[in-house]
Ligand binder design. Structure first.
Ligand code: TK8
Length: 336
């Protein structure tokens, strides 16, 4: 009796292990993965980690061809290529996705997120998941959010120490109405431009300034064409890793699991790498000759006050229900 039981138990255990022992359903695949920043940037480094992981997890069958520097076009063009199935993957700003999925505008809310703990919890929690899932009706699959980071202001006209200093500054913003509205509200002459055209626009003085995280100001060498930097931290901007749904629908469960796992590893790497770089970046930018202005608490408060009217615009755009859910979730995160 005892031996029979043991044999039975062994058989059950073997059956449970069987799917693992079977060859995984993975075919040779080539994934063209586009991104906007330089190869030598936090974005480029994390794409490399993703590519290595995909190769490793698929036993070398799935290959990622990383194409940076917006060589496949700006975010909006790549998004269309993914939807049409002409390109498999990309990473870019959530802000440039708003025309496709309006709920992404939540991430454009000025001063919504105060620190990286809040960012991770909100993005990786139910609210972030819900917004990510909205992409599927539009022909995209969102895998993970990466950190672009807290955005800060640079310009070539004058040090910006108070709201009034922004008057008349021709400021490049992303192709996104919340950003456009926010900087118009603050008094700047805001103009939307794709990121791929930004360096040249600054260099030729077609625009006076821009706003991006320290990491990008450093890796894109904006310090070569911008004198003044103001620490505003006016918004936390995520990046999102997306897959063409047409491509995704043709993948096996195992192939999808490879991409999902690699995406999570790349996300954890990217956030750590970005935060380490950001912590050093201000000193680096100063050493490169930028003049840094810290906003006084009173000026920050004035800026926040001015921008609160943007909240109503975002709430209308994303829907009151989602807006309230995000606020409740943030309150929960802050109470922890
Ligand atoms: C990169 C851009 C960039 C963003 C911008 O494709 O456009 O200013 O911050 O990261 O999406």
């Amino acid at each position: 009796m005892k031996t029979l039981r043991r044999t039975l138990l062994a058989a059950v255990a073997l059956a449970a292990l069987a799917p693992l022992a079977q060859a995984q359903d993975i075919k040779p695949r080539l994934i063209r993965f586009g991104y906007g920043l330089a190869e030598a940037s936090n974005q480029g480094r994390a794409v490399k980690v993703f590519a290595e992981q995909v190769e490793k997890l698929s036993g070398g069958k799935m290959k990622v061809r990383a194409i940076g520097g917006a060589a496949l076009g700006p975010d909006t063009q790549m998004q269309q290529a993914l939807i049409g199935g002409a390109q498999e993957m990309m990473v870019g700003s959530t802000a440039t996705l708003v025309g496709i999925t309006k709920e992404m505008a939540l991430w454009d809310t000025p001063f919504l997120i105060n620190n990286t703990k809040e960012a991770d919890a909100l993005l990786d929690g139910p609210v972030g998941e819900k917004i990510k899932a909205k992409l599927e009706d539009k022909g995209l699959v969102g895998l993970v959010y990466w950190e672009n980071g807290f955005r800060n202001l640079t310009n070539n006209k004058r040090p910006v120490a108070k709201l009034e200093d922004l008057e008349g500054i021709k400021l490049r913003v992303m192709q996104n109405n919340v950003f456009l509205d926010s900087f118009k509200t603050l008094g700047a002459n805001a103009v939307p431009l794709p990121y791929s055209e930004l360096f040249t626009a600054l260099e030729t003085k077609a625009v006076d300034g821009q706003e991006n995280p320290y990491n990008t100001i450093l890796s894109a060498k904006f310090y070569e064409v911008q004198k003044y930097l103001t620490v505003t931290n006016h918004v936390y901007a995520p990046w999102i890793v997306t897959v063409s749904k047409k491509f995704w629908d043709g993948l096996s469960k195992d192939e999808r699991a490879v991409l999902q796992k690699a995406a999570v590893v790349s996300r954890d790497f990217e956030r750590k790498d970005t935060r380490e770089e950001a912590a050093r970046a201000l000193a680096d930018l100063k050493a490169k000759g930028m003049q840094i202005t810290e906003l006084s608490p009173a000026e920050t408060a004035r800026m926040r006050d001015k921008l609160t009217r943007i909240n109503a615009t975002v709430a209308t755009q994303v829907g009151m229900e989602l807006w309230n859910e995000a606020q409740a979730e943030l309150a929960k995160i802050r109470a922890k």
